[in-house]
Design a protein around this ligand. Structure first.
Ligand SMILES: [Zn+2]
Length: 182
């Protein structure tokens, strides 16, 4: 299955794991309400690859990747910017804390609500995106508001210090010193 298709929201993850199914597809950003609140524009999609399997310890697991271009607000200039988010996931399906704690370190638990194995895949994907989104997003170089030229860190410091007086006062000091020695 190489072609990307719309990923189902609900899936029987236990059955998928038993059958070692790979699901690849897309999810609309507009379908992820918690993430959507943080975005300037929710017209895009998330690209998802999920490999369901049963590991050697008989854990029902899913590994895969989640990737999206997110339009967020730059915290420095408050203009919108594109934040590329890509993460891999490695999860095991469990029913309780005891199972969760018994998992090897490379697996994060996902709690199932009942015996059926049905899970909201979108919520899992949304969690992964929220975790991998930087706390603050910043342009590498913000465009300045007035003339459109990029503003860099040094500019503010250079214009902030008054360099024009310093050579003269330094010269004055030299003159005074010369007077004293005569
Ligand atoms: Zn900016």
């Amino acid at each position: 299955m190489s072609q990307y298709q719309h990923l189902p929201r609900q899936a029987d993850v236990l059955k998928l794991a038993q059958q070692a199914i790979e699901l690849s597809g897309t999810v609309k950003l507009a379908d992820l309400p918690r993430l959507r609140e943080l975005l300037e524009n929710d017209s895009g999609e998330v690209t998802v690859v999920l490999n369901f399997a049963q590991d050697e310890d008989r854990n029902r697991v899913v590994t895969g990747s989640v990737e999206a271009q997110l339009e967020v607000l730059c915290q420095r200039c408050l203009q919108s910017m594109t934040q590329h988010v890509a993460t891999t996931l490695s999860l095991a399906f469990v029913w309780d804390d005891i199972q969760a704690k018994a998992l090897p370190r490379h697996l994060d638990p996902v709690m199932l609500e009942d015996e059926s194995g049905y899970l909201d895949l979108y919520a899992v994907i949304e969690d992964e995106l929220l975790l991998s989104l930087p706390i603050t997003s910043l342009h590498e170089e913000c465009a300045s508001g007035e003339d459109g030229t990029p503003r860099q860190f040094g500019d503010i410091e250079e214009s902030g210090t008054d360099v024009t007086e310093n050579p003269f006062s330094a010269l004055e000091q030299v003159k005074n010193d010369l007077k004293k020695t005569r």
